[in-house]
Each structure stands twice: as structure tokens, then as C-alpha cells.
Design a protein around this ligand. Structure first.
Ligand SMILES: C=C(O[C@H]1C=CC=C(C(=O)O)[C@@H]1O)C(=O)O
Length: 362
């Protein structure tokens, strides 16, 4: 059965009106948020309610599509095949290797301990609309946050990200430290470089959140699969006693996408990556979504009370691409430490492109 939500997305895109459609990891609910005009709404306080799209560099604008028109529909994937081969590609190799070499040199000089360096690769496509690509992503990546986002004044982005930046439910929150990459196999063993780069992320998150919470629960690190890749993940939960904005600003950008210390790594990225990351390694998702409390007598008696609690579900914008006419820009990066091998770091970015290429080139 072709879904009514897909028809609505198609129409909205045809009229050049803003929308986002997404599916959260391991759920079968597809959500669409639609805007009736092309106003560019910005989020400045993170008190707004809507679907937020925030850039890597928070000095740039965070766009919000308010929850005025939300449609939810059940979505059953047609195919769950996450495997396949990785196309070899040398595009951008020399430039990326010299960027990584420079990063390692700065680490060895003591400028910072870790930096996440990335590149942008353009792929020509024909006859595939963003909606076709979104459907293919949905059918391929069940464990990811899969989305298509469009605003006529900003552009069109799609992705299948494995990383949660922050989930909150009233004052409770969940986050994760996700880093370290290798190709997925049955028995995954991790080297010291990967363990350390992931530990940097865990330590940073714990350090930042300890200032806004009384008690954090931290899991042991474990291996997760993301498409053809494996990562190391640590789950961190607790409850916060400050504004959502403060928590977001403490976390973003974490050393999973920027580096440590944050400021020095960010400066290096801004100076040395030869392109603007825009929304890649930013974050996106539901911001202050009202939680409807069903079967609660007070709800029916007091409408104002009904939406007194909200939740936010924000994901880091990884394994993503920007759609422009018949061209797609893929964004991929990796964590660099003193032990990085530039050739292997390049290969890691090639492996990461496979998440998007699987749906682009099939
Ligand atoms: C920066 C990216 O991944 C991050 C998340 C997981 C593993 C990573 C790594 O192993 O380097 C990165 O920190 C990317 O996919 O572009």
C-alpha cells in the first residue's frame, strides 16, 4: 500500500514548501511535519516547539519547522538488507590525507588531543528524487534515525544517523558517546586508537553533564552496528536541573564530531577543512514536543494541563547528504588522534560513504 504520508510529502515538495519526514530508530512510525508557507522560522532559545535543524557552527542559523501540522503513519519496511560491498573510490584522497597529517602534527605539538576531520564528496545522480532516496534509506536502515528535510530557503538534506545527541522526557535525559569505526563483522575487536577516541567522548560528556545534573548513570562501552559499520557506544542517562539550551550548548559539538578541547579543535576545523559543513555534524530532531497524556481525567477537564510536559529527541547529523538537482553532496569524517594512520583514516571515510552510496547508486 503506498502511504498517504508519501503523497503528502510529494505534494509539499512539488509546491516548494518546507517539511520534514522521519522515522526514529527501531520504530515503525513515520512522522511528517508540514509548513503551510515558506517563512524561515529560527530557533534561538531552544524553548521553541518544532522540528529543529541546527548547524555544526552554532553561530549560524538553526531552523525550526513548527509542529502545526503533524501526520503520523505506520511504516513497515520492505527490505532490511544492510549489507553489500563498498565501492573503492580515490576521489579526494590526497587532500584528505594531507588534512589528517596536519591534524596529527598539531596533536603532537600539543594544540589539542583529538580532532574530527571530514570531507565532502559530490555524486551525480539521475532520476532519483529526495523522496525516492528517503524511501530507500527507510528500507535499508532500521536502527538509524532516517529523515528527509526540506526548506526552499535553505536546501534539502537526507540521512540515516546512528547517533543520539540528546533525548529528554520532562527533566530526564539520555545521551551517548559514539565513536571508533571499523567494518562490521560477527566478532569485533577494538584497537587502542579506537578505544581512546571513544573514551575522549565519554569523558567529555560526563565532565559537561556533571555540572548540570546530580547523578549520572554510565554504561560500559559496547559495540553497535550502523549499516556496514561498527562503532563503540556508551550510554549516559540522568536528569538535568538547568534549561534545555544549556544542556545542548554544553554537549554540542561533542568530540565525536569536533574534538578536544572543543574550541581549539573547532578553530582547526574551520581553518583547515576547505568547505563549510553547514548542517553536517549539526543536530536535528523533535524539540519540545508536547507529550499527550492519554487516559488522564485531568486532561479532559483542563486542556492547559494536557501539554505541560514535553520531550525532545535530537540526533547528530551524520551519514547525511545534501540534495541539489541532479547532484548529491555526501559528508563524511572521522576522529583523529596521535595514533591515526592517514591512509586508514581516508579509507574509513570511504567506508562511511557506503551508507549513502548504497541508496544513491543502486
Ligand atoms: C564524524 C562521523 O562519525 C563520528 C561518529 C562515529 C564514529 C566516528 C569515528 O569513528 O571517527 C565519528 O566520531 C561521520 O560519520 O562523519
Amino acid at each position: 500500500m503506498k502511504q498517504t504520508l508519501f503523497n503528502k510529502i510529494q505534494t509539499q515538495y512539488g509546491f516548494n514548501l518546507p517539511f520534514v519526514a522521519y522515522k526514529k530508530p527501531k520504530t515503525d512510525v513515520l512522522t511528517g511535519v508540514f509548513q503551510e508557507d515558506n517563512t524561515l522560522h529560527l530557533s534561538t532559545t531552544f524553548n521553541e516547539s518544532g522540528f529543529v535543524m541546527a548547524p555544526f557552527n552554532m553561530e549560524n542559523q538553526s531552523v525550526i519547522i513548527p509542529f502545526d501540522k503533524v501526520i503520523e503513519e505506520r511504516y513497515i519496511s520492505e527490505n532490511t538488507n544492510e549489507s553489500g560491498s563498498i565501492a573503492n573510490n580515490e576521489a579526494g584522497k590526497e587532500d584528505h590525507i594531507s588534512l589528517v597529517e596536519k591534524g596529527v602534527e598539531f596533536i603532537k605539538k600539543g594544540e589539542f588531543e583529538k580532532v574530527v576531520l571530514s570531507r565532502k564528496e559530490s555524486v551525480l545522480i539521475s532520476e532519483k528524487s529526495p523522496i525516492d532516496l528517503f524511501e530507500a534509506l527507510l528500507n535499508t536502515y532500521l536502527n538509524a534515525f532516517v529523515y528527509v528535510w526540506y526548506h526552499p530557503k535553505v536546501g534539502c538534506w537526507l540521512g540515516a544517523t546512528p547517533e543520539v545527541l540528546l533525548s529528554t522526557h520532562a527533566k530526564r535525559f539520555k545521551t551517548m558517546a559514539l565513536a571508533g569505526t571499523q567494518l562490521y563483522k560477527e566478532e569485533v575487536a577494538w584497537g587502542n586508537k579506537e578505544k581512546q577516541e571513544q573514551q575522549f567522548v565519554t569523558d567529555f560528556i560526563i565532565g559537561e553533564l556533571n555540572t548540570v545534573t546530580n547523578k549520572l548513570q554510565v554504561s560500559e562501552p559496547y559495540t553497535v552496528q550502523a549499516g556496514k559499520l561498527a562503532h563503540i557506544r556508551t550510554d549516559i542517562t540522568g536528569s538535568f536541573n538547568v534549561s534545555l539550551k544549556e544542556v545542548i550548548e554544553r554537549l554540542h559539538p561533542t568530540p565525536a564530531v569536533c574534538g578536544l578541547p572543543k574550541k581549539a579543535a573547532k578553530n582547526f576545523i574551520m581553518k583547515n577543512e576547505t568547505y563549510d559543513r553547514e548542517y553536517y555534524t549539526g543536530f536535528l530532531g523533535e524539540l519540545n514536543k508536547p507529550i499527550e497524556r492519554r487516559n488522564n481525567r485531568r486532561n479532559t477537564e483542563n486542556k492547559a494541563y494536557q501539554f505541560s510536559t514535553t520531550e525532545s529527541n535530537l540526533f547528530v547529523n551524520l551519514r547525511c547528504m545534501q540534495y541539489e538537482n541532479n547532484q548529491v553532496a555526501i559528508y563524511v569524517g572521522g576522529g583523529i588522534t596521535k595514533d591515526s594512520n592517514p591512509e586508514m583514516e581516508f579509507q574509513e571515510t570511504v567506508n562511511k560513504t557506503s551508507t549513502m552510496k548504497k541508496v544513491l547508486l543502486n
